[in-house]
Design a binder for this molecule. Structure first.
Ligand SMILES: *Cc1c(COP(=O)(O)O)cnc(C)c1O
Length: 490
């Protein structure tokens, strides 16, 4: 039989995306590795944040490349990006909540990329690594052995997953096929909540207004009496409370809710108890913080990040669910071609796709596994403890000076304070403190951020950074006191 159009097809067969010359490729890859290691080795040097240059923004704006570019040229372009990160790898990055990353991840990422595994499911090594990481997390968080979990991008996604289970359970899982109709579910969290919780309510079709933001006490912890009152009022008006979201490490000040009492309230009321422990939950790694998290182990679900206080390079987070059956009931829905088999590559049920919204997923778990194995939980816990001590030290500096005042108790790893100046009204003080933070960022000395506490602008120093040393607190504080004499922008 004559084979159709064979010549044309043989020609097309030669086009592939592998290198023409592997030795050339090898040299380029090694050069990138060297540049990456140099970059990481110098993480403590120089400026914290350097703005991305205007000419580089412009030079990115080329039309879609239609022709190939030499890999060495591509690598050179990639290398020019390295100096322009957020600054979170530097020991004096204190803004928002960012982890500082670690070099060991580089090795894991290279291997993960080489493997190019899809962790939606199937029976292969990467799946077992992810399962083991989830199992370690279960042990760290002291969840029962019946718990399940998933490695995700971060706490935002973890929150959506956890609250979908809460929602579907509350609606008897009918919502999976019928939607939520005009059911009127409401949930509760503290006014110090992270915005991702309201976003999850929005995404899940409940509406962000269905999330009640309960006032906090003097220590920025959810006020339990106010919660009981809100629950009673909503029930009286015909609404259906379904969840309470406790905060273990609030993003503004690091406060930790009374998780034991919240758990008891949830049990009494039949509510799903979720915990946002994005960074704070990893306090479970150290003896100094673990007691403050008492009750975490009783939650129905907890969401937390590896990329914050465990310094896994972006991005990686986790959701743990106490009841594996409810977890599966919420997400598992296998079409015929994905049905689990007993043998062969399609075995190993249940798969990660049965525990979350994504089918194709990368091998994030490998860098988490690497981090835990390389450093061990004792050392990782010591970093957490040291950061808390550094925040407390900064708090002491602030309290001892006439130029500054503390705006919230230092509960964990965050110190919120402001510069005060004789004769300035509140509005001027707000502007002055904003200005000081921008100056610190622009001059490259340090990168704290600001927040609003009880209506006042605070300089917010968050320390989730294994490179920070006590003397960085002195550098930061001395510079802030010096800058306290500056004039705010008009
Ligand atoms: C960072 C953070 C989140 C969101 O986590 P992502 O990993 O950024 O999605 C939620 N809650 C708290 C308290 C956080 O600090």
């Amino acid at each position: 039989m004559e084979k159709p159009f064979i010549e044309k097809r043989v020609l097309a067969d030669q086009a592939k995306l592998d290198p023409e010359d592997w030795d050339v490729f090898r040299r380029s890859a090694h050069a990138m590795l060297e540049a990456a290691i140099d970059h990481m080795q110098r993480a403590e040097e120089g400026r914290v944040w350097t703005p991305f240059p205007e000419d580089m923004k412009v030079s990115l704006g080329v039309p879609v490349p239609q022709q190939p570019t030499d890999l060495d040229k591509v690598r050179e372009q990639i290398e020019t990006l390295l100096p322009y990160g957020v600054g979170n790898t530097h020991p004096r990055f204190f803004g928002w909540v960012h982890g500082s990353g670690s070099p060991g991840n580089l090795i894991a990422e290279i291997a993960a990329s080489a493997l190019n595994a899809n962790l939606g499911g199937r029976d292969h090594g990467a799946i077992y690594v992810e399962r083991q990481v989830v199992e370690w997390c279960r042990q760290i968080m002291r969840f029962p052995s019946s718990a399940s979990g998933l490695i995700v991008t971060g706490t935002s996604m973890a929150t959506v997953i956890a609250l979908k289970i809460a929602r579907d359970r509350a609606l008897g899982w009918q919502s999976r096929s019928d939607g939520i109709g005009n059911t009127r579910l409401v949930g509760y969290t503290s006014e110090q909540t992270h915005s991702c919780v309201a976003r999850a309510f929005d995404i899940l079709g409940l509406g962000s207004a269905a999330l009640r933001k309960v006032p906090t006490d003097a220590d920025y912890r959810l006020d339990l009496n106010a919660l009981e009152a809100a629950l009673a009022a909503d029930k009286a008006s015909g609404l259906t409370p379904f969840t309470v979201i406790g905060t273990a490490g609030s993003v503004n000040v690091g406060s930790i809710d009374d998780l034991n009492t919240l758990s008891a309230i949830c049990e009494k009321e039949g509510l799903w108890f979720h915990i946002d422990g994005a960074f704070g939950a990893l306090g479970m790694l150290c003896d100094a913080v673990r007691p403050k998290l008492a009750g975490l182990e009783k939650a129905d679900s907890v969401a937390f990040d590896f990329h914050k206080w465990m310094h896994v390079n972006y991005d990686a987070g986790c959701v743990l669910i106490r009841n594996k059956d409810e977890h599966l009931r919420t997400f598992s829905e296998r079409p015929e071609y994905l049905k689990g088999k007993e043998r062969g590559l399609a075995a190993g049920h249940p798969w990660p796709v049965d525990f979350g919204p994504e089918l194709s997923r990368g091998f994030r778990a490998l860098k988490v596994w690497t981090q835990i194995v390389e450093h061990g939980t004792t050392k990782l816990g010591n970093v957490v403890e040291r950061n808390c001590d550094q925040a407390a030290y900064l708090g002491d500096l602030v309290s001892a000076s006439n130029a500054t005042e503390l705006l919230a108790p230092v509960a964990l790893n965050i110190c919120c304070f402001r510069v005060v100046r004789e004769g300035m009204v509140e509005q001027e003080l707000d502007a002055l403190n904003e200005e000081i933070v921008i100056r610190l960022q622009e001059e490259g000395t340090a990168a704290p951020s600001t927040t609003i506490l009880r209506g006042r602008v605070a300089i917010r120093v968050n320390i989730t950074n294994h490179r920070t040393r006590l003397q960085d607190m002195d550098v930061l504080f001395d510079r802030i006191v010096t800058l306290s004499g500056t004039e705010p922008h008009p």
